[in-house]
Write a protein that binds this ligand. Structure first.
Ligand code: SAH
Ligand code: SF4
Ligand code: F3S
Length: 439
């Protein structure tokens, strides 16, 4: 049987889809990237905002129409929305065949077989707070950058967030399992790894913490670049900053969600840090790594956010000057604390605030990219440029897409590039020196 997976949400879901591909492939299922070839279509879903759920429910309805001319087609829903809604999904769309929660992915092959045999709706969303998928290694879908999950779940319960309810309690994967996976991906040619967890800074396995894990990964020869998401500011230690600065392979890039620039809002979000503490971390990061790119997540219109509090977020963004900011309009999620707060902000105000943040960040990002002109950057070439086959595109260590003249034999290599221009959010440059595939 052939399976197709469509993935929504964060990198964790991309990584889970790769894990599921590996589980299914071991059971003689064949992966296809063509929808019309598929015997099973799996939607790996996200619940973080209402819009994320609505979008996928629409997509499922669209593909279910294929059953008219392919009655044997099976449609499955997995991921965070599957965990959150479980069997209720069958009421939303009666043609869904199976639903599997985030801790039950090992059961997917069995569920599909049963679904074919019995031709009835099946669901397994049993929560298992200890499931870490030990000794199961995803089939990495890219060629150059591999996601490696180092922990699952979240214990923080930020008051707006659904993730702790869908993903369950935090658990760390064993160091040995992580090192084995990183070595494996290095051996098959990936040179860039991104370590994943909802809060990587609280990684802990047998008293080994995240900085210690990074130091060990830094020793793996075949890997040249290391990144990680997401860092929670409340758990970011001086040790981590030191290891980032001292480890050659750890890239000068950190994603550090701010959420709000106002202390009262941060408190009601239950974020566990103050704006003063956050600014102190940013200062230390920049002192230790002057070239570091800092990106963030911000929520506009959290319940009770006053104009003045919103302005503080705006001012902090202006002060910090992020390289990029993912900005979101607050979306109430059923079951979370903030959804029950009685001081919800009107939709049109939330939207207006969001638009202000987007506009501000656009101008900051533009200026940041302009600042790169004249600098020499190391680019890991990933592909031929979309715009011209005489140009290649890749990423700098600080995660900026850079395009320069070159041919396909540069793909997979590191090249020193002098930046000559910034067009929107792409840097343009000239190759100075090919460093090859070993830095
Ligand atoms: N674990 C990560 C990110 C989880 S979700 C972290 O702690 O940063 C990614 C982002 O979605 C969050 O950082 C937050 O900015 C946003 N988000 C989460 N819940 C939201 C909600 N209910 N409405 C709007 N944005 C939300
Ligand atoms: Fe959600 Fe907060 Fe956990 Fe991030 S740290 S996943 S925002 S509860
Ligand atoms: Fe990720 Fe969305 Fe789940 S952001 S953890 S897929 S709710």
């Amino acid at each position: 049987m052939k399976f197709y997976i469509e993935t929504y949400g964060c990198q964790m879901n991309i990584s889970d889809s790769e894990l599921i591909s590996s589980i299914l492939s071991k059971d003689q299922f064949i992966h296809t990237t063509k929808l019309n070839e598929a015997d099973v279509i799996i939607f790996n879903t996200c619940s973080v905002r209402k819009h994320a759920e609505d979008r996928v429910i629409g997509r499922i309805a669209q593909e279910i129409s294929r059953k008219r001319y392919n009655p044997n087609l099976k449609i499955g829903v997995i991921g965070c929305m599957a965990q959150r809604l479980g069997e209720k999904l069958h009421n939303i769309n009666g043609k869904i065949d199976f639903v599997v929660g985030v801790d039950q992915y090992k059961k997917i092959p069995e569920l599909i077989h049963n679904s074919v045999e019995k031709d009835e709706f099946l669901s397994n969303t049993i929560v298992d707070h200890s499931e870490i998928y030990h000794e199961l290694y995803p089939t990495h879908s890219g060629k150059y950058n591999a996601f490696v999950t180092i922990m699952r779940g979240c214990n923080n319960f930020c008051t707006y967030c659904i993730v702790p309810y869908t993903r369950g309690r935090e658990r760390s994967r064993s160091i040995e399992d992580i090192l084995r996976e990183v070595e494996n991906v290095g051996n098959i040619g990936f040179k860039d790894v991104t370590l994943l967890g909802q809060n990587v800074n609280s990684y802990n396995f047998n008293n080994k913490n995240f900085p210690e894990l990074l130091e060990q990964i830094n020793e793996i020869d075949s890997i040249k670049r290391i990144r990680f998401v997401t860092s929670h500011p409340k758990d970011l230690s001086d040790d981590l900053i030191k290891v980032m600065a001292d480890s050659e392979k750890v890239c000068e890039h950190i994603h550090l969600p701010l959420q709000s620039g106002d202390n009262d809002v941060l408190k009601r979000m239950k974020r566990g840090y103050t704006i003063e503490h956050y600014l102190e971390i940013v200062k230390k990061l920049r002192e230790n790594m002057p070239e570091i790119a800092i990106t963030t997540d911000i929520i506009a219109g959290f319940p009770g956010e006053t104009d003045n509090q919103f302005q503080k977020t705006y001012d902090v963004m202006k002060k910090i000057k992020y390289d990029y900011a993912f900005t979101f309009k607050y979306s109430p999620r059923e079951g979370t604390k903030a959804a029950d707060f009685t001081n919800q902000i009107q939709e049109d105000i939330r939207l207006k605030r969001l638009q202000k943040l987007i506009k501000l960040q656009e101008s900051i990002t533009l200026a940041k990219y302009q600042d790169q002109i004249g600098k020499t950057k190391e680019i890991y070439v990933e592909k031929i440029s979309k715009k011209s086959d005489k140009e290649v595109a890749g990423k700098s260590r600080d995660f900026k897409i850079t395009v320069f003249k070159g041919s396909k034999n540069l793909i997979g290599k590191f090249v020193k590039v002098k930046i000559t221009d910034a067009v929107g959010w792409t840097l343009k440059g000239e190759s100075i020196q090919e460093i090859g595939d070993r830095r």
